[in-house]
Design a protein around this ligand. Structure first.
Ligand SMILES: [Fe+2]
Length: 254
């Protein structure tokens, strides 16, 4: 008798899994039954992922998914922790559809003209606040540092040019002279695209010819400082085009 033929068991207790190879039915059922369950469970997981990717969220549904995730991640304010937080919130905004208009629009005074730049607030974010902004055609939001919170900016309508800068060292708000900043992002933000600002980063906006509308999902990570918003005047021409280093000085708002 060949050692490869398992004749010790009755034939109905064996299964031929490949030509000439028999295994005990119980082992076959345990192994291949388990594999079948794994295949089914993988198919279910894939279907769940596809459903999740295709899922569209109303603003209320966005909040119900984003709030608990954000609450779990917000405690890590290291650079990588903020990056994870911002990317997680930003990924959910990609599913957002039918964003409502805010109950009222308020002048921010942050544009060059009073009516240029308006903001409304959507309640319900935790730990973040959802600000809805509207820029008139060509309107500007001046470059300013986010020194106590980070931001996910989401384009909803029109296009807006967004620039991000970082300090080449660390920001000294008592410096009355010139210092240097580095431009890290020059982006045309269109509907559905996002821009991320971590603590101590600068951003500025300039709306396209049709104006623009979008969201700033802002999260306070530190107490608000005593001084007013730290706006910057940034030179139009880089000191060094290769590294995008610019001269800058403070232009605090009142
Ligand atoms: Fe800002």
């Amino acid at each position: 008798m060949s050692q490869n033929s398992y004749t010790l068991l009755p034939i109905d207790e064996e299964v031929e899994v490949s030509p000439g190879l028999f295994v005990e039915r119980r082992s076959f059922m345990a192994v291949f039954g388990g594999m079948a369950l794994t295949v089914v469970s993988n198919l279910n997981a894939r279907a769940a992922i596809e459903e999740s990717v295709d899922k569209k969220l109303s603003f209320e549904q966005f909040l119900s998914e984003a709030n608990p995730l954000a609450q779990r991640l917000v405690g890590d304010i290291s650079a990588s922790g903020q990056d994870r937080y911002l990317r997680t919130v930003a990924a959910l905004t990609a599913k957002l559809r039918g964003m409502p208009m805010p109950a009222r629009w308020n002048n921010t005074g942050q544009g060059l003209k009073e009516e240029d730049y308006k903001i409304g607030v959507h309640p319900g974010g935790n730990p973040f606040t959802v600000l809805h902004w509207r820029l008139e055609p060509g309107a500007i939001c001046r470059p300013h540092v986010h020194e106590y919170g980070n931001v996910v900016t989401v384009g909803l309508e029109g296009v807006v040019r967004v620039n991000n800068y970082i300090s080449t060292g660390s920001f000294d708000y008592k410096n009355n002279g010139t210092f240097q900043v580095q431009k890290t992002v020059d982006q045309i933000l269109s509907p559905g695209s996002v821009n991320l600002v971590s603590l101590d980063m600068v951003h500025s906006f300039q709306a396209g010819p049709d104006g623009a509308r979008g969201l700033d999902i802002t999260t306070r990570l530190k107490p608000k400082p005593e001084h007013s918003t730290p706006y910057l005047s940034i030179a139009k021409t880089a000191l060094d085009e290769n590294t995008s280093i610019y001269d800058a000085s403070w232009a605090f708002s009142s």
